[in-house]
Design a protein around this ligand. Sequence first.
Ligand code: IMP
Ligand code: MG
Length: 178
Amino acid sequence: MRNDIERVLIDEAVIGKRLDAMAQDIERDFPRGTLVVIILLKGALVFAADLLRRVPRVLEIETLNVASYHGGTESTGKVDFPDRHFPEVKGRHVLLLDDILDTGRTLHAVTQRLIDEGAVAVHTAVLLAKDKIRAEEVAADYVGFQIDDEFVVGYGLDYQGLYRNLPYVGVLKPSVVH
Ligand code: IMP
Ligand code: MG
């Protein structure tokens, strides 16, 4: 796996330190009471597992499948909700977790849906945010790292379903991208 990586962008220790700070910010900002956290699958899985164990309060954890990328390295523009069940959020404060803010279409569509479902407030946290002009005007409330507009893998992010278990964020060698 490591042979397929051209360059490490953010190493494991740096991510861990940043998550300590993000968890403190989240703990400080949210009103008392049980918070509902929604993890967008599959990309936010690793980020969420490491972040949420650092947040010292009672949380309710839900997951949601969203399909916006269909295999390649470019966004297709359409956001689908393939799950039959949608988390119960009526009257709740929601923290939405995703791996990366790219075009903004995913966070925009999911936030809108959560508000339609009756959430009182929706805040968003992403491990990464690409430095680019977004298709949808949306900003995450908590951003781990701002990165250049290039395709990255690892720490939950995939290329064609692979590399999610890489413990750091890196860039693939051009020879493995097709
Ligand atoms: P957006 O809707 O364009 O903001 O894209 C968000 C989704 O696209 C993320 O949840 C990722 O699954 C995927 N994505 C965007 N950029 C990358 C990347 O560089 N590597 C892997 N997945 C990415
Ligand atoms: Mg993905």
